[in-house]
Design a protein around this ligand. Structure first.
Ligand code: 5GP
Ligand code: MN
Ligand code: MN
Length: 329
């Protein structure tokens, strides 16, 4: 059932054994939201665990308590509430769903949310789940420490491209301002996130060589990058910013990054300026936002590229914009 922020707060206050989780391949919003809520609930004396089906990516290993995030191993019993953050479907939490059996409270901002939980609090107008967690913490009169403010600022800032994307609202900036007043340091956060291993910089020429521009409609071009296993072998999983290269090319409407996970599985990232790419991602079992979405295609790299590029062409020909479809971002 749909719950309000007040009802979400009540569910949390009534639960004593709580597991917090978020989506696989966690990003700033997923991690920041989990860590901020963890800090509050554990300060309340509750028994709280953070479980994520992936390791914490290197860039985020400056946040307080990141080392307390565990990966699912054995089945857990006696859990009152599983809080699923920044995830639009149950598959997104990976193996966590296999080890925890408890009612789920889902707090999320994806327009593609499948409303899979017992309780859901979804607002697709906000830029980040971090905005919702901040509002929830205020609802609970939480004392917000500077490390909680840092986690929340990072959650919000990373999901709106540091306040540059279309999902940045006056409210987003207001909340960010409050977080800075509470001790978040934008420059420190951005320095941690901007630092990359040399190997990631050195692989850039190889990555950019794979750039393809597909002209198919007066509504704009498609630009795609392809990271084969061969290229990925040169560096660890640090591909976060690469999609911005095709995204920022003049005249490009849809940017796509293909990442070969194994011989029959390809991770696809989609970005757009106007068209609703969450529809495209949903059609392939994924999801996301109107202007940033993703999916996994269980095909060879070549076949996945053909399928996705064809679907992107169709979307472009239709030219269905964000404002024509459901409003998001
Ligand atoms: P990214 O391209 O950065 O991995 O993801 C962009 C957006 O799409 C994020 O909001 C992310 O949560 C969502 N997304 C990416 N992949 C998937 C997927 O496989 N399933 C769902 N439901 N959402 C996804
Ligand atoms: Mn996310
Ligand atoms: Mn998010």
């Amino acid at each position: 059932m749909e719950v309000s922020i007040k009802h979400s707060a009540k569910l949390l206050s009534q639960a004593n054994h709580i597991v917090l989780t978020a989506h696989i391949h966690p990003d700033g919003d997923a991690l920041g939201s989990v860590l901020a809520l963890y800090a509050y609930l554990s300060a309340q004396g509750k028994n709280v665990k953070m479980l994520l089906d992936d390791e914490v990516p290197r860039a985020f290993r400056f946040l307080a308590d990141w080392k307390k995030i565990e990966q699912p191993q054995s089945v857990m019993t006696g859990i009152d509430l599983l809080v699923v953050l920044d995830s639009s479907d149950l598959e997104r939490i990976g193996k966590v769903k296999d080890v925890v059996t408890a009612p789920i409270l889902n707090i999320d901002h994806h327009i593609s949310n499948l409303k899979f939980a017992e309780y859901w609090y979804i607002d697709s107008q906000v830029a980040a789940t971090g905005e919702l967690i901040f509002k929830l913490l205020k609802e609970m009169n939480a004392a917000i420490t500077s490390s909680m403010a840092t986690a929340l600022f990072m959650a919000i800032a990373t999901d709106c491209g540091f306040f540059r994307y279309a999902n940045t609202s006056a409210e987003t900036l207001k909340l960010a301002s409050e977080l800075v007043a509470l001790g978040a340091e934008p420059h420190t956060i951005s320095e941690h996130l901007d630092v990359k291993p040399l190997s990631v910089i050195k692989v850039l020429p190889k990555v950019l060589e794979t750039l393809e521009i597909i002209e198919c409609s007066q509504n704009g071009k498609i630009a795609a990058l392809t990271l084969s296993q061969e290229i990925l072998a040169d560096f660890k999983d640090d591909t976060e910013g690469f999609i911005n290269y095709p995204r920022n090319i003049e005249g490009v409407e849809i940017a796509i990054m293909f990442k070969e996970a194994d011989t029959h599985s390809v991770r696809v990232s989609l970005r757009s300026k106007m068209v609703d790419v969450s529809q495209l991602a949903l059609a392939f079992g994924g999801g996301g936002h109107a202007r940033a979405a993703g999916c996994t295609v269980t095909e060879t790299l070549g076949r996945a590229k053909t399928l996705i590029i064809d679907a992107a062409k169709q979307l472009l020909v239709k030219g269905l914009g964000v404002n024509d479809a459901k409003r998001d971002n």
